[in-house]
Design a protein around this ligand. Structure first.
Ligand code: PMP
Length: 285
């Protein structure tokens, strides 16, 4: 079951007009929210980021936080899986093709759910391969825009190279992955690029930094040079659907000893503990 403009329906029955500005211009924003045991994870944070994305593209938020929460809750209940992820997108609606904003047009609101499966054990145990590429995206990567052509091409470059993700370097510094945030471990310190217009402020990124602090793992949020990436002991990728994964080869060379490192193993355990605690607390409400 999906949600489209006020109604719940089977996916096969959902259609949008071909003049929708999402289709014509990529004029819209989106969110991906993981759901564990039917409880959305970090919902308030995802909705806050959605508000920021909408404000940045000058599109009024079609719903209050409360209304979003209720619609998402109904979509979760309308689908069979315990663990799901909600994809939602808001576009500037359907109008005659013209770059300038149309007047009096209602935004298109679409939400769907898919089963959420944890990354396979092999990736957990062996880590994943990544490549690097020049970050050739625009300068508002903080907006969760549906215009993802650069990200699509950058991710496909990884797939073509037999890898799972592409790490992006802009003017000699790490920004993020094609569809993830990236962390670096050097000399026992966790390094994270600072949140700014060059990367998406990841919800999982925040969780990882909070867990590092709570567990007194030394941590620095600062610009990370290409040299520091290439000579890291550990590299991690984070995203809502992949949680935390170790990157164990970069451009075909091993990262550290080529296995998920000790800091990664600790963070993975903290992350799973944290998730269980949050879900238990939500279940009791
Ligand atoms: N950066 C980019 C470009 C992304 O597409 C994503 C989400 N797939 C992330 C970072 C991670 O964000 P989050 O932890 O909120 O999923």
């Amino acid at each position: 079951m999906i949600y489209l403009n006020g109604a719940f329906m089977p996916l096969e029955q959902a259609f949008v007009p071909v003049l929708d500005r999402g289709f014509i211009f990529g004029d819209g924003v989106y969110e991906v929210i993981p759901v564990y045991s039917r409880h959305p994870f970090r919902l308030a944070e995802h909705l806050r980021r959605l508000q920021c994305s909408l404000a940045a593209i000058r599109l009024d938020d079609p719903h209050s936080g409360e209304a979003w929460g209720e619609l998402i809750g109904r979509l979760i209940e309308a689908n069979p899986w315990q663990d799901q992820y909600i994809y939602l997108q808001v576009t500037r609606g359907a109008a005659e093709r013209n770059h300038a904003f149309p007047e009096g047009v209602r935004p298109t609101v679409f939400m769907m759910s898919s089963p959420l499966t944890a990354p396979p054990e092999s990736q957990r145990e062996q880590g994943i391969a990544a490549i690097t590429a020049m970050d050739n995206r625009w300068l508002r990567c903080d907006i969760k825009s549906i215009s993802l052509l650069p990200n699509v091409l950058l991710r496909q470059a990884a797939v073509d190279a037999g890898a799972a993700e592409t790490l992006l370097l802009r003017e000699g510094f790490l920004t993020e992955g094609a569809a993830s945030n990236i962390f670096v471990v050097r000399d026992g310190t966790l390094l994270a690029p600072p949140k700014n217009h060059l990367m998406l402020p990841g919800i999982t990124y925040d969780v990882v930094l909070e867990l590092a602090e709570a567990n007194e793992m030394p941590c620095q949020v600062r610009e990370i040079s290409e040299f520091e990436v290439r000579s890291a002991q550990e590299l991690w990728l984070t995203s809502s659907t992949k949680e935390v994964l170790a990157i164990t080869t970069l451009d075909g060379r091993p990262v550290g000893d080529g296995k998920p490192g000790p800091a990664y193993r600790r963070m993975y355990a903290w992350y799973q503990d944290y998730k269980s605690t949050v879900m238990r607390a939500a279940g009791k409400r």
